[in-house]
Structure formats: structure tokens, C-alpha cells
Ligand binder design. Structure first.
Ligand SMILES: NC(=O)c1ccc[n+]([C@@H]2O[C@H](COP(=O)([O-])OP(=O)(O)OC[C@H]3O[C@@H](n4cnc5c(N)ncnc54)[C@H](OP(=O)(O)O)[C@@H]3O)[C@@H](O)[C@H]2O)c1
Length: 254
């Protein structure tokens, strides 16, 4: 039995941070965490704080503004979230597929440096900087987790359709950062679980332009996805660190 297997699962959640709490899945994650862990202190971070009134529902929830383009802001938010104690769970719910003029490429002809850089920035660089500042704040005494929302389409071996160059590549790069961070973190914090999560296809601004192609019954509402993601997280142990899991608990091959 490895040293990891004797540790308890991720269940004792006292301090939680959700980054990207204005997004459909981020907001649903906050709601689900508040209802499933009413005694936990939960911090929500978003580019525009206080977008919704969850703070009214519980004094255990606090929202603060974060600027993903300013590492100082990211570092301050990590310190704020951990100021009463180490973090038991951090979920990064940020990411883009399209934004303004940027739309996913069907062909190499549509690829551009501008699109590639925007998607790498949002889907890989931002979560990497969040990992840099939030992972050191994870609890070392009991099982703790850092999860970033990735996507099944970031799996190279699962890619049978092609297209969406910048999105797929940026999520594959994110998965590599998660793998690396998992290896490094295991040396210092044997209680930590660092994973990527695929939320399923979820009704949100991100998926809206592509929902016509989704088979009936396969489009989750954000709250269902958030509950599935939390169920998945709660089954994981530190020896699964560095991997990517889908909403149904299945591991996604790299
Ligand atoms: N919806 C799906 O079907 C689906 C499927 C697979 C994977 N995912 C992944 O799930 C995550 C959340 O998606 P969602 O469906 O909840 O999308 P959403 O409702 O559009 O929310 C987008 C999120 O990304 C953040 N964001 C927006 N622009 C950004 C930028 N330029 N740089 C960094 N962050 C930015 C927002 O953060 P603020 O709160 O700070 O505004 C918000 O939390 C993404 O990583 C996405 O790739 C979604």
C-alpha cells in the first residue's frame, strides 16, 4: 500500500475557494458548495465581484474581485482565501472557447496568432498562475484538492474529430500543467490532489453557439454539472493527482 492510500478522502472541507464564480459552472459550484458544506468558509473570485447575491444567503460566503492579468492580484486573492487557515479545496472555473471576434477554428485556414494567444492566456496561463499561488495554500494535514475545469477535447488520444485548434491545444497544455503540478506538489504536500475536470456539456454562454449539435438529454444544467463534479472530487485520493476526470468520475486519457 502506498503512503497515499492510507489518507482519508477529500471530505473535511472547511476553507474553499472558487475562482471564476461569475461563470455558469463557477456560480453553480458556489451554490452547491454552500448547500452541501454549510459550515465551510467559501471565497468566490471573479473579474466582477458581487455579481450575484449569494452573500445574502450565508455569512460564510465572501466574494472578491480578481484580475487574471495581474499576478499580484492573484497572489493577494490566494492570501485572502487562506487568511483564516489552509485551503481544503480550490476550484478554477475560468476558461473561454469564444470571445468577441474570436471563434473556434474549423480549419487551419481560420487559425491566427491572436486566437491562439487569447485562448492560451485564458485556458492555460491564467489557471497556471492560479495554481502557482493557490496550491501552496492547500492543507497539508488532511486531504485537500486543487481542480481546474479542463475539457475532454483537451485529450490528444480522444481527438477523433479535429477542429477547435486553439481551444483543444490550450486545454491539452493545461492538462500538462496539472500533471506537472501534481508531480511537484506530491513532494511537498502528500495530502494534495491536483486534477483537471471535464464538466460535461453544460448550458452556458460558452456552449450556447454549439448546443444544436448536442444530443437530446446530454446538455447539463450548471447545477447538475456542479453536483456531479463535486461527487467526482469527493471520491478522489492523492494517488490520483495529476490526472483529468470527467463529471461521471471516469478518468480521461491524456
Ligand atoms: N460549458 C461547457 O459545455 C463546457 C464543456 C467543457 C469544459 N468547460 C469548461 O468549463 C469552464 C467554465 O465554463 P462555463 O461553461 O461556466 O463558461 P462561462 O459561463 O462562459 O464562464 C466563463 C468563465 O471564464 C472566466 N473568463 C471569461 N473570460 C475570461 C478570460 N478572458 N480569461 C480568463 N477567464 C475568463 C469567467 O470568469 P469571471 O467569473 O472572473 O468573469 C467565468 O468564470 C471553462 O474552462 C470551460 O472550458 C465547459
Amino acid at each position: 500500500m502506498s503512503i497515499f492510500e492510507v489518507r482519508a478522502e477529500l471530505a473535511n472541507l472547511k476553507n474553499i475557494a472558487v475562482i471564476g464564480c461569475s461563470g455558469a459552472i463557477g456560480k453553480a459550484l458556489v451554490e452547491v458548495l454552500i448547500s452541501r458544506f454549510p459550515d465551510a468558509r467559501i471565497y468566490g473570485f471573479s473579474r466582477a465581484a458581487s455579481l450575484h447575491s449569494l452573500e445574502d444567503k450565508t455569512d460564510k460566503y465572501q466574494e472578491a474581485r480578481i484580475d487574471y492579468d495581474d499576478e499580484e492580484s492573484i497572489a493577494k486573492c490566494a492570501d485572502l482565501a487562506a487568511h483564516t487557515g489552509p485551503l481544503d479545496l480550490v476550484i478554477v472555473a475560468t476558461g473561454i472557447l469564444h470571445q468577441g471576434e474570436i471563434t473556434p477554428e474549423k480549419s487551419l485556414r481560420e487559425l491566427s496568432a491572436e486566437k491562439m494567444m487569447a485562448l492560451y492566456q485564458a485556458n492555460c496561463i491564467t489557471p497556471s498562475l492560479l495554481a502557482k499561488h493557490f496550491i501552496p495554500q492547500l492543507n497539508k494535514q488532511s486531504t485537500s484538492g486543487f481542480a481546474a475545469l479542463s475539457a475532454r477535447v483537451g485529450s490528444i488520444s480522444d481527438n477523433g474529430l479535429g477542429g477547435w485548434y486553439a481551444y483543444r491545444a490550450s486545454k491539452a497544455a493545461l492538462n500538462m500543467v496539472i500533471k506537472n503540478a501534481g508531480i511537484e506538489t506530491a513532494r511537498r504536500n502528500k495530502s494534495a490532489i491536483i486534477v483537471g475536470l471535464h464538466p460535461g456539456t453544460v448550458d452556458s454562454d460558452l456552449s450556447k453557439p454549439f448546443q444544436a449539435n448536442v444530443p437530446a438529454g446530454k446538455l447539463f444544467c450548471p447545477l447538475d454539472s456542479a453536483n456531479y463534479l463535486l461527487d467526482t472530487l469527493l471520491t478522489l485520493t492523492p494517488n490520483q493527482t495529476g490526472k483529468c476526470f470527467a463529471w461521471d468520475g471516469q478518468e480521461i486519457a491524456p
